[in-house]
Design a protein around this ligand. Structure first.
Ligand SMILES: [Zn+2]
Ligand SMILES: [Zn+2]
Length: 78
């Protein structure tokens, strides 16, 4: 019978997907755009959110801008 401890996701240490460094879980954040885990030194702060990379920060705000535009279009039609 095989037991894989690594399948348990509650170890106190997590690998950063960006720099592959191991950090304390409390210092690791999840990117709201691509859902990768990243450490503090990799974090890109944008507005009041933090992202794993500039590309994600950009992508996130483009997505938000698109939503706002779509809502404005709806208002114009009605
Ligand atoms: Zn990192
Ligand atoms: Zn990301």
């Amino acid at each position: 019978m095989r037991r894989r401890e690594q399948d348990h996701d509650d170890s106190p240490y997590v690998f950063c997907d960006q720099c592959q460094q191991m950090s304390e879980r409390m210092l690791i954040q999840e990117c709201p755009f691509c859902f990768k885990d990243f450490c503090r030194s990799c974090a890109i702060r944008s507005g009041n959110a933090a992202f794993c990379s500039k590309a994600c920060a950009k992508g996130w705000f483009f997505a938000e801008a698109d939503e706002e535009e779509a809502e404005e279009e709806k208002k114009e039609k009605t």
